[in-house]
Design a protein around this ligand. Structure first.
Ligand code: ZN
Length: 502
């Protein structure tokens, strides 16, 4: 079977057939950097990290581009608020410099939490401010006009798809026949809810701004239409094609971006004569205890807060994976605790296995049961990234591994070395497979494959021997010695397990 993905554009599950395999171009709408990232941002970033990982696992050569919106009304608003707390006479910064400072601070915060979650950086991460004028240092000279928002807006005006008005420039929705295809709405339906806000110079309420005239103190660029800044939608049409070409494979984002953002991205790019994205992938939204997350409701949860509380990035990832990416997901302490328990079970097995596998080579052929489970994993992921199905396979692997540990212990008690070694080989196969499949999902990165030194191993054996002789004082002394060396010793029915303190 091959990978199938749900394409919002066709509203169907489609076989994934890239334009120029094995290359795959993937563009995802990135953050508007005006606040600390919340868990909804983490979900979107992680889902597309999993997609990228799985495509690589499937042998594709992925180029992943994610933009940064670093000029926007919300950033300007935030900068004004921060300046407003200073006495006007003592302001040391103008608004423009403050906007840059705000954007830089929150982009750093975004990078920081994604790094802590073990989510890899994109291959390219263009900033909107780097693509307003045709002077981007990141693109070849021949592409500079096309890779600039002012260049593309000028072309749209020439093609009679856009018009300047009162220092702004608007895209004329009625002149683009395919408008509404992605969100499955007709311009006539949309018209009912649309209106022209005070200060806008639209000819039609459906039209949207490509360029906004700037107030004197706001960040601005000189343009044929006067000083101003770009609208949000145009940046993604311009930057995605600048780095991935006029036609590329996948465009992703949250389902809240389908309309108007992605609809407008398509209108702009197609009106410029570009085929644009083939597959449109959208992740579902996140609620907190059944409610939409917002600062005013006081349920705004930052990624930083969750990472501090659980001290283990995989807990949040396990929680996200437990729900299919297109479905809504509800964050609650109970749901996180359930994810923690599930993760604990898997990590516990990996730790026992990492002790057993010292000096043991895994069997060259994987047992049938593991091969079958691996196939089940691929089948789940091939079906529109069915991560709940993939996680169920990881649980089955752990169960199989636990059974082998028990069998190995029984063989050990009976003094049956051959059976014991056979089972241990099986445990190693299971743990290697679990790690490999976990890595496809970005899991277990922090469960280091640590190796004990010979000396520490001897200490553990001595302690276990003392415990069996019921010399508890000696066994406690050795435990303290191990603890001082930075290890946690946990006694289980299967024997002691040892792992580094995190
Ligand atoms: Zn976008």
């Amino acid at each position: 079977m091959s990978l199938r993905l749900y394409n919002t554009l066709t509203r169907s599950l489609e076989p994934f057939e890239p334009l120029a395999p094995p290359k795959v171009g993937l563009y995802v709408c990135g953050p508007t950097v005006y606040d600390d990232p919340h868990i909804g941002h983490a979900r979107s970033a992680y889902i597309f990290d999993v997609l990228r990982r799985y495509l690589k696992h499937r042998g594709y050569d992925v180029t992943f581009v994610r933009n940064v919106t670093d000029v926007d009304d919300k950033i300007i608003e935030k900068a004004r608020q921060e300046l407003g707390t200073q006495d006007a006479g003592h302001r040391t910064q103008d608004l423009k410099a403050k906007c840059e400072e705000v954007a830089e601070r929150y982009l750093k915060s975004y990078h920081d939490v994604l790094g802590r979650l073990g989510i890899a950086a994109p291959d390219r991460e263009p900033k909107a401010t780097g693509h307003v004028l045709p002077d981007s240092k990141n693109v070849e000279a021949t592409k500079k006009i096309d890779a600039s928002m002012t260049g593309c807006i000028s072309q749209l005006i020439t093609k009679n798809m856009a018009y300047p008005a009162g220092g702004d420039v608007y895209f004329s929705v009625r002149r683009f026949a395919e408008y509404g295809k992605l969100s499955n709405r007709s311009p006539d339906d949309l018209k009912a809810g649309a209106r022209i806000e005070p200060g806008e110079h639209k000819e039609d309420p459906l039209d949207f701004a490509l360029w906004k005239a700037a107030k004197p103190d706001e960040p601005s660029w000189n343009s044929p239409w006067g000083p101003g800044r770009p609208g949000w939608h145009i940046e993604c049409s311009v930057m995605s094609t600048a780095y991935l070409g006029d036609a590329f494979d996948i465009h992703g984002g949250g389902v809240d971006l389908v309309f108007p953002h992605h609809e407008n991205e398509i209108a702009q790019a197609r009106a410029l004569g570009k085929p644009f994205a083939k597959y449109w992938i959208h992740n579902g939204l996140l609620t907190v205890n059944g409610e939409k997350m917002s600062k005013s409701l006081g349920n705004f949860i930052t990624v930083d807060a969750v990472l501090k509380e659980w001290n283990e990035p995989d807990v949040l990832k396990m929680f996200f994976l437990g729900t299919h990416y297109r479905n809504p997901i509800d964050y609650s302490v109970e749901n996180l605790r359930a994810s923690f328990e599930r993760l604990k079970n898997q990590v516990h097995f990996l730790r026992i296995a990492s002790l057993l596998e010292v000096g043991i080579e895994p069997p060259s052929k994987l047992p049938q049961e593991i091969l079958r489970l691996e196939h089940e994993f691929t089948e789940a992921m091939d079906t529109d990234l069915n991560t709940p199905g993939a996680l169920a396979v990881l649980d089955k692997l752990v169960k199989a591994g636990q059974r082998l540990i028990q069998d190995a212990a029984t063989a050990y008690e009976k003094g049956d070395e051959v059976q014991r070694n056979h089972r241990t080989g099986g445990i190693v196969s299971v743990s290697h497979t679990l790690r490999r499949l976990g890595e496809v999902l970005g899991l277990f990165g922090s469960v280091g494959a640590f190796k004990l030194s010979e000396e520490d191993r001897r200490l553990i054996d001595q302690r276990e021997a003392a415990r069996k002789r019921k010399e508890f004082q000696l066994s406690d002394q050795i435990r303290q010695k191990l603890s001082a060396k930075g290890y946690v010793v946990e006694d289980t029915p299967d024997g002691p397990i040892v792992y580094p303190k995190s």
